[in-house]
Design a protein around this ligand. Structure first.
Ligand SMILES: C[S@@+](CC[C@H](N)C(=O)[O-])C[C@H]1O[C@@H](n2cnc3c(N)ncnc32)[C@H](O)[C@@H]1O
Length: 293
């Protein structure tokens, strides 16, 4: 069953801080395996509603029966289109749980992971856009180096970019194993972390335009939320969290001048217990803020 393996992160904290109105209209921008969506639905009363979005069309395959609920609907789209989707509507709460799910990461055919061999794809929406393999076999050395350094903070970015360019002259790089082996030949294994972790994450973020998508959803959310409406963002990367933090501080905006106030703390982290039960939650940071009008 495709939806079984992703465990939703910081569920109690999301529910407590985001879902303040049982008859409200909520949007889960990142449905994934539906963990957060299900808990939000449980907290709403019969007048409440939840619209969930995901860029990956496969999330709707084998949807569990608890989503056959008149209060729920699922849309296949990018969350950056939030304003287009909810043009004349007012939303009470928006959740954005960034990145990809364990279900996507653990599927070798999606090409997100160095842990198993598969085609080097990495697209969240497999129906469009350039695959990681197409990009890595055509991008300039400088572009690869910049992506690995800026999005991955990979210290060996220059060495890895050179190795990729040398290697692809002989044979194009098509699989996750080929890329992972290339990286391993450039980076020494000093910590518990796999040497390809930073590079794979950076390439995934680049292929899916993740930074721009985040900037756009923050802007769009500021328009579609009602006064006092709340937004909760879970990020797993310091660059993403910095964007969220600065947005709430009214900085680095594209256009919106709408103000936000944090709900209680500026940010929340998973409890020790959650990290023990779900190690993938360890780098999560949750920020929840309300729109001030
Ligand atoms: C961390 S998972 C969410 C897990 C979910 N909260 C749960 O409880 O199962 C992130 C999800 O967001 C989706 N996603 C990533 N970028 C997106 C975007 N720009 N627009 C819409 N969905 C996106 C991914 O396909 C993935 O399913």
């Amino acid at each position: 069953m495709i939806h079984a393996s992703h465990e939703a992160v910081m569920v109690d904290e999301v529910l407590e801080n985001l879902v303040f109105k049982q008859n409200g209209k909520y949007v889960d921008c990142t449905f994934g395996a539906g963990g957060h969506s299900l808990e939000i639905l449980k907290k709403l009363n019969k007048e409440g509603s939840l619209i969930s979005i995901d860029k990956d069309e496969t999330v709707s395959i084998n949807l569990p029966s608890h989503f056959s609920d008149g209060r729920f609907s699922l849309i296949h789209d990018s969350f950056s289109n939030l304003q287009g989707i909810f043009e004349d509507e007012e939303i009470d709460g928006i959740l954005v749980d960034l990145g990809i799910s364990s279900t996507q990461l653990d599927d070798p055919n999606r090409g997100f992971s160095f842990q198993s061999n598969g085609p080097l794809d990495m697209r969240i929406d497999s129906s469009k856009g350039q695959t990681a393999s197409e990009w890595i076999n055509t991008a300039s050395k400088k572009e690869i180096e910049d992506v690995l350094w800026i999005l991955g903070q990979e210290r060996a970015s220059r060495k890895i970019a050179s190795k990729i360019c040398q290697s692809r002259e002989k044979q194009t790089i098509e699989s996750t194993k080929e890329l992972s082996d290339l990286i391993l030949s450039c980076v020494s294994k000093k910590s518990k972390k796999h040497p390809a972790t930073n590079s794979f994450r950076a390439i995934r973020m680049f292929v899916n335009n993740e930074i721009q998508e985040l900037q756009k959803v923050l802007e769009a959310a500021s328009y579609v939320l009602c006064c006092g409406g709340r937004i909760a963002i879970i990020s797993f990367h310091s660059m993403e969290d910095r964007i969220v933090k600065r947005f709430f501080q009214n900085k680095d905006r594209i256009e919106s001048t709408i103000k936000f106030n944090y709900i209680k703390e500026k940010f929340l982290k998973p409890t020790k217990e959650e990290i023990e039960n779900n190690p993938r939650s360890r780098s999560a940071i949750l920020r929840v803020a309300e729109k001030v009008c």
